[in-house]
Design a protein around this ligand. Structure first.
Ligand code: ADP
Ligand code: ADP
Length: 225
């Protein structure tokens, strides 16, 4: 089963009077269910742009984005939002958790918004927290957690509604090297344990090598490493 298919995806930004920059120049990518891909490239190469286009946050100028067999390019905003909320989970360098809510509540709330019952949502949140080893911190607010714990909770939140695809942009980029390794391993275990497909942008080649494939974004296209 193909979870994500990008066909000749292009994206150009207008740079005021300076002209244009072609960030993506015909990106092709096919990601199967359960497959993990590392995306490596220097800053400014277009990794965030690629993840946003793949995750339906941004529309390509040309080409096609298909998620779980559904071509979503050219569809209405509403259709793309529905598909994004159902099928895609995002993780960033910063956790973006809601500061007024506990770790558990941060994972429960997206499920309630999706029509899941309080009991079911709580039970799933507890299960996810246990998988990443933060269940003993469930009742703490994000500010009371370490950087590594905050990211682990953010992974759980991204998976709260059981998406098919995880898109992560430097998910351990803010952590010190030792914490980064542990948190990355926790993320990989979570991904493998749930059969999710993932594209994870990272600068760390050692961590990238733990994934099924490593792709480099170079001159606007993906090249196997
Ligand atoms: P990366 O994530 O690899 O650092 P980005 O996708 O953030 O790269 O950016 C790629 C290029 O596109 C950079 O030159 C950046 O300045 C430019 N860019 C990104 N977003 C915009 C935007 N909204 N408007 C104009 N230029 C942008
Ligand atoms: P909306 O803001 O359209 O209601 P959701 O709350 O459904 O979007 O967000 C779904 C996912 O998309 C979240 O994980 C969130 O991190 C991500 N997301 C939403 N809008 C943006 C954005 N403008 N930039 C980056 N990520 C976003």
């Amino acid at each position: 089963d193909v979870v994500l298919r990008l066909k000749q995806v292009s994206k150009t930004y207008k740079k005021g009077l300076a002209g244009e920059v072609d960030v993506l120049r015909g990106v092709d990518l096919t990601l199967s269910q359960g497959e993990t891909v590392a995306l490596v490239a220097p800053s400014g190469a277009g990794k965030s742009t690629l993840l946003h286009v793949a995750g339906l946050l941004d529309a390509p100028d040309a080409g096609q984005v298909e998620i779980d067999g559904q071509i979503l390019t050219g569809k209405s905003d509403r259709k793309r939002t529905v598909a994004r909320r159902r099928d895609v989970g995002f993780v960033y360098q910063f956790h973006h958790l809601l500061p007024e809510f506990s770790a558990l509540e941060n994972i429960v709330l997206p499920q309630l918004a999706n029509g899941v019952s309080q009991n079911q949502a709580t039970s799933r949140a507890q299960d996810l927290l246990a998988r990443v080893g933060v269940d003993h911190r469930a009742d703490h607010r994000p500010a009371a957690l370490s950087g590594g714990e905050q990211q682990r909770v953010a992974f759980c939140r991204a998976l709260a509604n059981a998406p098919k695809l995880l898109l992560a942009d430097e998910p351990t980029g803010n952590l010190d090297p030792a914490t980064s390794d542990q948190v990355f391993t926790a993320l990989m275990d979570l991904v493998k344990g749930t059969g999710l497909s993932a594209v994870i942008a990272t600068h760390n080649m050692e961590l990238a090598a733990k994934m099924d494939r490593v792709l480099r974004l170079q001159d606007g296209v993906l090249v196997a490493v």
